[in-house]
Write a protein that binds this ligand. Structure first.
Ligand SMILES: [Zn+2]
Length: 142
């Protein structure tokens, strides 16, 4: 059972939850699904982005910003003519910093995303760069 449909089934039952937060590993969830999950489990829902190659990672903070993890890798977002301007989507090209056995340099991950126009971090806790959005797979975006 998927988490969203499980949340729908539990919604309204007053199910007690011991979870402090739930993390969605990037199968994109829609706002309504997150609302259902939050309601069913009684805790915030945070998303995390990454890939098997561990080239880059990002996680959502309490301000709902998707902060990149610079220690995991260097992230470039490329448009058709070079680096995509902040706020515009492009292909993620990453250089991993964690895999010494098989280093991948400027590896095209296959996902499309945009850096936030705001170069400052969020107001709460982190000054890390953050993604404005992750659109999904490059071969699935038109
Ligand atoms: Zn933040």
């Amino acid at each position: 059972m998927r988490l969203g449909s499980g949340a729908r089934a539990l919604s309204g039952r007053g199910t007690p939850s011991m979870a402090r937060s739930l993390r969605g590993y990037y199968l994109r969830s829609w706002r309504y699904q997150r609302g259902l999950i939050r309601q069913a489990f009684g805790c915030p829902v945070r998303e995390t982005y990454g890939m098997a190659e561990i080239m880059a990672a990002a996680s959502e903070c309490a301000c709902e910003m998707m902060h990149l993890w610079p220690e995991a890798g260097l992230v470039e977002i490329l448009g058709n003519a070079g680096p995509a301007p902040r706020g515009e989507c492009g292909q993620l090209v990453c250089t991993g910093l964690l895999n010494a056995d098989m280093p991948l340099i400027r590896y095209r991950v296959g996902d499309v995303a945009a850096l936030s126009r705001d170069e400052n971090g969020c107001s709460r806790d982190r000054r890390l760069p953050h993604l404005a959005r992750i659109e999904g797979r490059a071969d699935g975006v038109s």
